[in-house]
Design a protein around this ligand. Structure first.
Ligand code: HQG
Length: 181
């Protein structure tokens, strides 16, 4: 998807809209929305000017549909992955029987002992597809795929959420619900 310039824009947006709005002089509201005009200004100032058309293209063609623009075109937010506290308004839903998490060997002993933790993010990120989990793990090295007994967790009172772009989120995964494939 997209050109390398668009990918640079997307990386800036991820950084600002999920983690450090202050680095671009942006303010996120309690639901994580930033003002589009302010974002366009910040992109220009950081040497990644793209204009309204360019921003729309980055949002529309983004491989993981990471961002969403409000219907009136005035606001933009990241769909998930935040470390700053925002309320995404996600409603708890029933998960599928099994979900997957992609990680790497060096984290396995700690995960086997303590379960999956959200680390710096709001939630533990899970996928319904092995292929997606594999890509997530691949960011760090040879992927190790973990199978999560999501339905069983749900029956034990754990909440699950799913974002509009299909990322499954939960607070933590205790080790008894994790099986290494
Ligand atoms: C690991 C990207 C040791 C966990 C991706 C992961 C995803 C533990 C890392 C999204 C642990 C956290 C999220 C424990 C968890 N001991 N290590 N107890 N519990 N870990 O980046 O799932 O491109 O916060 O396995 O594609 O890798 O940003 O989470 O390796 O969808 O849109 O700690 O980020 O999407 O890393 O990735 P992360 P993640 P974007």
């Amino acid at each position: 998807w997209g050109s390398s310039y668009d990918i640079e824009v997307s990386k800036k947006l991820s950084f600002w809209l999920r983690h450090r709005p202050d680095k671009a002089g942006l303010i996120l509201d309690q639901n994580g929305w930033a003002n589009v005009d302010e974002v366009l200004r910040a992109l220009s100032e950081s040497g990644r000017a793209c204009g309204w058309e360019g921003l729309l293209r980055v949002v529309d063609t983004n491989d993981k549909q990471r961002f969403v623009i409000s219907p009136d075109g005035s606001l933009i937010r990241a769909r998930q992955g935040h470390s700053v506290h925002v309320d995404l308004g996600l409603k708890p839903v029933t998960p599928p029987q099994v979900l997957y998490h992609g990680t790497v060997e060096r984290f396995w002993s700690s995960i086997a002992a303590d379960g999956l933790k959200k680390m710096n993010r709001h939630h533990v990120h899970l996928s319904s597809e092995i292929s997606t989990a594999s890509k997530v793990g691949f960011r760090r090295g040879q992927p190790v795929i973990l199978e999560i007994s999501a339905a069983e967790m749900y029956n034990n009172g754990k909440e699950f959420f799913v974002t509009e772009n299909g990322v499954w989120l939960t607070d933590s995964v205790p080790s008894e619900f994790i099986r290494r494939r």
